[in-house]
Design a protein around this ligand. Structure first.
Ligand code: MG
Length: 160
């Protein structure tokens, strides 16, 4: 059986923070604000995986009120979600995603993001889609107030 999930996340830009997207640190004058490392792309992928498994959302598993997740490395959170699925006989099939950011240019970093994410997801990079688009100057992303990420995924489920 194949299941499909969708995820979406937004983080606002903030001074004196690292910009981390898709598990990769990207040189930029600002980073994203958040309780964890604020990796909006990984958060959207986590929600897509959890959604495909009907296992709630990122906030229910890693609450931002819990000090354990302060500054958390989102790559580790993703690995925990993949393990959670594996316990239930589920594994990622493929992921596709879009990051909306006016700046910086993300395209040069996408190959590394795909490598990082595919190794955590346990699937080849050719099953990890990442696209980047600007906001055409419109909305919060276009005004460079923050970054949005959308993700869809499939997971395969072992028949019982
Ligand atoms: Mg988030």
């Amino acid at each position: 059986m194949i299941r499909v999930g969708v995820g979406y996340d937004v983080h606002r830009f903030e001074a004196n923070r690292k910009l981390i997207l898709g598990g990769v640190e990207i040189p930029f004058e600002r980073g994203l604000a958040g309780h964890s490392d604020a990796d909006a792309l990984i958060h959207a992928i986590i929600d897509a995986l959890l959604g495909a498994a009907a296992l709630g959302d990122i906030g229910s598993h890693f609450p931002d009120t819990d000090d354990a997740y302060r500054g958390a490395d989102s790559r580790e959170l993703l690995a925990r979600v993949v393990a959670l699925l594996a316990e239930r006989g589920m594994k990622p099939g493929n992921v596709d995603s879009v990051v909306v950011a006016q700046r910086p240019k993300l395209a040069p970093h996408i190959p590394e993001m795909r490598e990082v994410l595919s190794s955590i997801l346990g699937i080849p990079p050719d099953r990890v889609g990442i696209k980047a688009t600007t906001g055409e100057g419109l909305g919060f992303a276009g005004r460079e107030e923050g970054v949005a990420a959308h993700a869809v995924c499939t997971i395969s489920v072992e028949s019982p």
